[in-house]
Design a protein around this ligand. Structure first.
Ligand SMILES: Cc1ncc(C[n+]2csc(CCOP(=O)(O)OP(=O)(O)O)c2C)c(N)n1
Ligand SMILES: [Mg+2]
Length: 578
């Protein structure tokens, strides 16, 4: 009996790529074209796959990263052969270190002529390989559907991360009779967290025993809580067990900052959390790498106190800090499992929990001078104070890689659990504020507003993409901390080498409001702290164009940091460095 041949679909490699993206129900893609991927661009147009031109591929990767942070859907970015591809490096490193799902497509040389001094050729695959979770080069056109499924599966499962797909020109432009049945997707891999798994039962039992007998336990929450969408489970667990929650910069919003059990950020900067760590008799670390900043360069975690570490990546546990119990699994599932193993203990620990609002009130009093400062140039603390007053629970604050993120982490209060604070702490590059704001704003939609904080140096790096923000209809409000300096660097030079000893850390004072206005955006310069709130409100009220608030902040390098940076303290041999 003759068998009917499988139905085929004749299409270009580029068409097959766009078709696979459409099937994966992806959000917007950011990129800049070149010859190699043109059939893919044409297919995106024809199929209605949303694609936005960006003015710098690094910004494209940042926008994709921020989009992924607020949606947990893979961010999408592309770059053309050569400089387009290599420009992705910083953004890929961010997504890799932060565990953000991303699919990055790069054009590659036509294999008929590759490595014969083709224009724009370089060992780009080798450059990007260490910065991604998986790198796939398409060598056989018929395998495009399989490779795209694989890319989404890798990007969204385990610790999510970026996946690189390199597509040679002849593959993108070539035609093939694809097997129609090969155009399918696994619906379990459209977004993170895919493929959840739970910790081993004997490890859960050991963890539950330690927690049950603890009198002053503390949860240390990292960005993994957001990737796992474990915020509700974590809040319920903390309430039922009577356990305060401290968070890293990426973990802000694991529990609402306004919640009575929120102890704020821990690590290099802290309100009360570092003190609570010192007082605690059992630490439960959830979805957190315990890296340099979270641990104050590996000095913060007390010895002799039991530590339970729940993480989806087994090899991350114990990497920086000794632990007593390793719980390998998804944060949400692990917390739900722990919850059923433990009797409620909220009442028993009421005194311990009461420490949090009590200490927080003392901290707030000590911070009042910065939060309510009337000084001009403006104190950055005052900006955060106004944002705390104006932003709604569903809004998102994005922070650039410099000290904007540190001020934001320390002083900003989220009003509901969730990723309401987005900071590029995977790689901490400056230049994230504008593109991160674009990606976040497109991710959350216009009903929610996005404010981004950036230094003038970071803004200088990426202000070309204000044009993108305007074109794609992302009305973010970018607050530029205008200190006419590479401020973090100047502040560190001040602390380490002494007043006056600054090298290559001054900038010309620019009028960013005028620049924004000239770019067709709303620009407002603010030098009077009393006018801050009105300016922020004017920005939020404008959903037609992006807004730039050019905020003149302190020029004094002794007062730029939110608190002392432990790396600058003079240390004598034998002393602890903090
Ligand atoms: C791409 C990149 N280069 C250098 C750094 C090191 N760095 C950290 S903060 C900072 C100062 C940035 O200046 P600005 O954006 O004006 O922020 P400010 O600290 O003045 O608020 C620098 C250079 C970095 N994080 N990223
Ligand atoms: Mg600056």
């Amino acid at each position: 009996m003759s068998q009917a041949p499988n139905a085929t679909r004749t299409m270009s490699g580029g068409q097959a790529m766009a078709e696979m993206l459409k099937l994966h129900e992806t959000g917007p893609m950011f990129g800049m074209g070149g010859f190699q991927l043109l059939p893919f661009y044409e297919a995106c147009r024809a199929l209605g796959v949303q694609h936005y031109l960006i003015n710098d591929e690094r910004c494209g990767a940042f926008a994709a990263d921020a989009y992924a942070r607020v949606t947990n859907k893979p961010g999408l970015v592309d770059g053309t052969l050569g400089p387009g591809a290599t420009n992705l490096a910083t953004g890929l490193a961010e997504a890799f270190n932060a565990g953000m799902p991303m699919v990055a497509i790069i054009g590659d040389a036509n294999r008929q002529h590759a490595w014969k001094n083709m224009t724009q050729e370089a060992r780009q695959f080798d450059v990007l390989r260490p910065l991604v979770k998986e790198a796939i080069r398409v060598e056989i056109i018929s395998r495009i559907p399989e490779h795209f499924r694989r890319a989404f599966a890798v990007a969204t499962s385990g610790r999510p991360g970026p996946v690189l797909i390199a597509v040679p020109e002849d593959i993108a432009h070539g035609e093939h009779d694809f097997d129609a049945a090969d155009f399918w997707v696994d619906p379990g891999t459209l977004r993170a967290q895919a493929r959840r798994f739970r910790p081993a039962s004997e490890d859960l039992a050991r963890a539950a025993r330690l927690l049950a007998k603890a009198e002053r336990p503390l949860i240390l929450a990292g960005g993994g809580v957001h990737i796992s969408e474990a915020q509700a489970a974590l809040t319920a667990f903390a309430e039922a067990q009577g356990i305060p929650v401290a968070h890293t910069m990426s973990g802000k919003g694991a529990i609402a900052c306004s919640h009575g059990l929120s102890a704020g950020v821990f690590g290099r900067y802290s309100r009360i959390a570092n003190d609570l760590i010192a007082m605690s008799d059992c630490l439960l670390v959830v979805g957190c790498k315990l890296g340099e900043i979270a641990t104050k360069r590996f000095t913060l975690m007390p010895s002799g106190v039991p530590i339970i570490h729940l993480d989806i990546l087994p090899e991350e546990i114990g990497r920086t800090t000794r632990q007593d119990v390793a719980l390998v699994g998804d944060a949400r599932e692990g917390l739900l499992d722990l919850a059923v193993s433990l009797a409620d203990a909220g009442q028993r620990r009421a005194d311990w929990c009461a420490e949090v609002p009590k200490r927080m009130a003392v901290w707030r009093e000590s911070a009042r001078e910065r939060l309510e400062s009337i000084e001009s140039p403006i104190n950055v603390g005052r900006i955060l104070h106004e944002l705390n007053g104006v932003l709604r629970p569903q809004d998102v604050l994005v922070a650039d890689g410099g000290f904007a993120a540190h001020w934001g982490a320390l002083f900003y209060d989220t009003k509901q659990a969730g990723r309401g604070f987005v900071a590029d702490r995977g790689f901490a590059s400056i230049g994230y504020g504008v593109p991160g704001g674009i990606g976040a704003q497109l991710g959350v939609g216009k009903g929610r507003r996005v404010v981004s904080l950036t230094g003038d140096g970071g803004f200088n790096m990426s202000m070309g993409d204000l044009e993108t923000a305007r074109r794609v209809g992302a009305p973010l409000v970018a607050c530029v901390f205008n200190n006419a300096a590479s401020g973090y660097v100047k502040a560190l030079q001040h602390a380490v080498f002494g007043p006056g000893n600054y090298q290559s850390s001054d900038l010309i004072e620019m009028d960013y409001a005028a620049i924004a206005n000239a770019m067709g955006c709303q620009g407002i310069r603010v030098s009077d702290p009393a006018k801050l709130r009105g300016a922020i409100e004017a920005g939020l009220a404008n959903t037609d164009t992006p807004t730039v608030l050019d905020i003149v902040v302190t020029r004094d390098p002794a007062r730029m940091l939110p608190a002392a940076d432990n790396r600058t303290l003079k240390v004598n041999k034998g002393d602890r460095p903090v």
